[in-house]
Design a binder for this molecule. Structure first.
Ligand SMILES: O=C(CO)COP(=O)(O)O
Length: 139
């Protein structure tokens, strides 16, 4: 599965902690991230992550483009609900595209726990069928 990892600055440590806790699961999938988030997760875990631009410079939109092309299966986006973001329209657009394409989206750690355990349990396998692929054959 293709998984996008994104966190606003005050949520980055939470996401690093989360990915570290579930690293054995994340290792089985293809990871993408906005620029700074991806760098920090890579530094903390050594996981291989394809990085896009930093969020304020267009990274959210790049991930949105992959969603629009049916190339993203799950999005974990730890938003900071208490800090205004200069690129708020991009954040809103990314979340909107997840809803347009029925891509599972966690915007906080509580939901991310449920999603990642469900992923391991095969509950997201329907995404691969949706893409016309066998979920057991792809990384
Ligand atoms: O701003 C972001 C998401 O909206 C995240 O971007 P960075 O990962 O580059 O900090």
């Amino acid at each position: 599965m293709n998984i996008a990892l994104i966190a606003h600055d005050r949520k980055k440590q939470d996401l690093i902690t989360f990915v570290t806790a579930y690293q054995p699961i994340f290792e089985k999938h293809v990871l993408f991230a906005t620029g700074t988030t991806g760098l920090k997760i890579h530094e903390a875990t050594g996981l291989s992550i394809e990085r896009f631009q930093s969020g304020p410079l267009g990274g959210d939109q790049e991930i949105g483009a992959k969603i629009a092309k049916n190339q993203m299966d799950l999005v974990i986006f730890f938003r900071d609900p208490l800090t205004a973001q200069p690129h708020e329209p991009d954040v809103t657009a990314l979340i909107r595209l997840c809803d347009v394409y029925n891509v599972p989206l966690a915007t906080n750690m509580g939901t991310a726990e449920v999603l990642i355990r469900g992923l391991e349990h095969g509950d997201v396998d329907w995404r691969a069928y949706f893409r016309g692929q066998n979920p057991r054959l792809e990384k």
